[in-house]
Design a protein around this ligand. Sequence first.
Ligand SMILES: NC(=O)c1ccc[n+]([C@@H]2O[C@H](COP(=O)([O-])OP(=O)(O)OC[C@H]3O[C@@H](n4cnc5c(N)ncnc54)[C@H](O)[C@@H]3O)[C@@H](O)[C@H]2O)c1
Length: 348
Amino acid sequence: MRKRILKILITGGAGFIGSALVRLVIAKSKSRLLRPAKAGLAMTKQCEVIIIDKLTYAGDLKRLEEVGGKFKFYKTDICDKNKIETIFDKEKPEIVAHFAAESHVDRSIDDAAPFIDTNIKGTQILLDASRKYKIQKFIFISTDEVYGEIANGKFNEGSPIKPNSPYAASKAAADLLVQSYIRTYKFPAIIIRPSNNYGPWQYPEKLIPLAILRILDDGKIPVYGRGQNAREWLYVDDCALGIMTIMNKGKIGQIYNLGSACESKNIDTVKLLLKTLGVSQDRYELVKDRLGHDIRYSLNSRKIIRESGWKPIVKLAGGLKLTVDWSLKHQVWLKSKLKDINKLYKSR
Ligand SMILES: NC(=O)c1ccc[n+]([C@@H]2O[C@H](COP(=O)([O-])OP(=O)(O)OC[C@H]3O[C@@H](n4cnc5c(N)ncnc54)[C@H](O)[C@@H]3O)[C@@H](O)[C@H]2O)c1
């Protein structure tokens, strides 16, 4: 069999999770981990990574410095149909992994418009370009938030979709659009629904990096309501490995939950973080609750474990330690986002 290069196009590759996948794909590019056999493609050990990213406030090429020069980069808006088609025409990718999104619930509550544009319209443009250029596999990164909240038990892939925030609703619309393309056009897509990610390079608007930034800035950590909202925390490198595993072994047309089973209430997560940072347990304050705040997310991830063998490795305490260690070494980067974060949270 002829050795050839597999072309993977990653949208949102300068974002938090997308960049973790880019680093992983490049690191594993020569290993057997990346096999497109299930896509019906020739076996290959090498891949070429092409990134499309608009570089919004959330995008940052610093996340990719360690793999600099090993990918092609297009600073492009996925809502720009002509530019997207030009890139597909030129690059002819075989796999598309679609991460690009407006991703923060609080911002969607302030203004839903960019969420509708990027998350829904942008996804439709990518789906149509992927159809036109006959890509082999389209991996759509959805979210556990499409299911809405669950007081007890866990969501499985067949659970009804009932999103509650404008962010979750825009992701659910895109998720359903991908499902409609699978059914209508036999489009070769796979949908992945990860739980809450955390880890190095996360933009400090989300709970864990925001909390670390507040402590580094001598402030207090804001905790919504009474801190009783529970999340399933997935370390970003486990998530990236899960996505890569599904890229290789996932079945076309299927949906896969991607969770860690590491559930924790926000107040407990913050207290564990304060302990990890080695600062006093009273360095947080309860603030007015987020509008429409989902009380709990929880995923049944047995399907991916059963079908692919992937398993999350990092537990919450260990993952927080890794994240704190990384943050202490990258304080300059975290603090460079302080002005934007102060503006975001002053308005509420
Ligand atoms: N972070 C989580 O906990 C989590 C959990 C489940 C699912 N997800 C999903 O995973 C994906 C990645 O999340 P993340 O946390 O890395 O997000 P992020 O906000 O860190 O990164 C998003 C990236 O998309 C880019 N982008 C935004 N709009 C764009 C546009 N119109 N055109 C091109 N690029 C654009 C940004 O510049 C940024 O680099 C998203 O689809 C999100 O919905 C995230």
